[in-house]
Design a protein. Structure first.
Length: 402
């Protein structure tokens, strides 16, 4: 009787893991929204930090790099998450990230600001390595769709970030942003109550036709080139759009942060569509289509003003952020029994590539001006198109499927 009961329980858990658990996915996505709204504070605050600390574009662009450095540890965090339950990293990360992000106004020097952002980056990685694996684990066969919800939550958080910053600075000043941290604490409390029993691990450890190292190389070697080239415009705009609109185009800070918010809001729609579309037409085609659209819209962005700028920002945001869930679904396809490891390596790529691209655009911006740097970024991104054909086209094959 006990054996039969255990078997029934296991079958129930397997059936549950193959069902798209919308409520939990939306809850995790909401946590992602709150978390990333705080981790994205640095970009809209760059003009204030430049004035306060007397930074060049290169030094200003390097500050977010310190928040990205801990991404080097994300494969290790993901590897551990595949073997142990570390859901509490996901649960408490919003509170930790919110606390650190809202203290940036108190930093009196570049070095202390960099140290604070490095600590915030550790919290960010503790969330991003296991969280997508949790989503993929409860998304059933619709991994792309589940990760679209998850990534859309993050994009919505990045959309809210400049609005929260603008509101906070207007109400309390640069050093008064700490009052916003309580939203992060509230999010962690809700996640703790609702997600204590959700794992980042797969319930079934099934054998795969190829060993883990070869599968990692097969997907991540070509992905690196695609991400460096294709993500260059996204990295440029995420960090330097507000600086560009204020310093080059003459917008005031409120309008510039509003433009960044519109760009991010369109990114929510793009993230929602990207993963779902890739479930239907394939990962490669979706990436190639998004790369082409992003380059075209970015070239239009730097040569457009007035009311026509609004639809361009919408198209640019949607195409820019549509591929992140596609990339995530791609790596989850290839490492289905090591999903947190896949997420960890992906985010090492994601944040490492972003740091590299930010530095490149900062150098180009100092040498050529931000407008020409954006044009170069758009044109270079098109080189990624032939590289997308080298990405894996089908999910990994298990021994039981051979």
């Amino acid at each position: 009787m006990q054996a039969a009961s255990t078997t029934a329980t296991n079958n129930s858990e397997v059936e549950r893991s193959e069902t798209f658990q919308a409520n939990r996915i939306i809850l995790i996505s909401g946590g992602h929204m709150v978390h990333d709204s705080f981790s994205s504070f640095i970009a809209p605050l760059l003009p204030l930090l430049i004035d306060k600390l007397g930074l060049s574009l290169l030094l200003a662009g390097s500050l977010p790099v310190f928040a990205l450095m801990p991404s080097l540890l994300s494969p290790l965090i993901g590897y551990v998450a595949d073997r142990f339950t570390i859901r509490y990293l996901v649960i408490f990360a919003p509170a930790a990230t919110a606390t650190l992000a809202t203290l940036i106004g108190f930093m009196p020097s570049y070095s202390l600001a960099a140290l604070l952002l490095f600590a915030m980056g550790l919290s960010v990685m503790s969330f991003h390595a296991p969280a997508p694996a949790m989503v993929a684990h409860i998304a059933g066969k619709s991994v792309g769709r589940g990760l679209s919800f998850f990534m859309a939550g993050g994009e919505l958080g990045r959309t809210l970030a400049p609005l929260l910053v603008g509101f906070g600075v207007a109400q309390w000043g640069f050093e008064g942003l700490w009052r916003l941290m309580f939203f992060g604490w509230l999010a962690s409390l809700i996640l703790f109550i609702r997600l204590r029993d959700v794992s980042a691990r797969s319930d079934r450890q099934l054998p795969i036709a190829k060993p883990l190292p070869s599968r990692i190389v097969r997907v991540f070697a070509p992905l690196l080139g695609v991400m460096i080239l294709r993500n260059l415009p996204v990295s440029s705009l995420t960090i330097f759009m507000v600086v560009y609109l204020v310093s080059v185009r003459g917008y005031d800070l409120l309008l510039a942060t509003g433009a960044l918010a519109i760009y991010g809001l369109a990114g929510v729609a793009g993230a929602l569509a990207g993963g779902t579309l890739s479930d239907r037409i394939g990962r490669r085609k979706t990436v190639a289509l998004a790369a082409t659209c992003t380059a075209v819209f970015m070239l239009l962005f730097v040569h457009t003003d007035g009311p026509f700028l609004l639809p361009i920002l919408l198209g640019l945001g949607a195409s820019s952020y549509s591929v992140t869930p596609v990339f995530q679904a791609l790596v989850q396809d290839q490492l289905p029994d090591n999903r947190a490891t896949a997420s960890g390596i992906f985010f090492m790529y994601e944040y490492g590539v972003r740091a590299f691209n930010i530095m490149i655009v900062g150098v180009l911006g100092d040498a050529l001006g931000l407008q020409m740097a954006f044009v170069v970024a758009a044109l270079v991104s098109l080189i990624s198109l032939p590289l997308t054909m080298t990405l894996p086209a089908a999910p990994a094959v298990r021994h039981e499927d051979l």
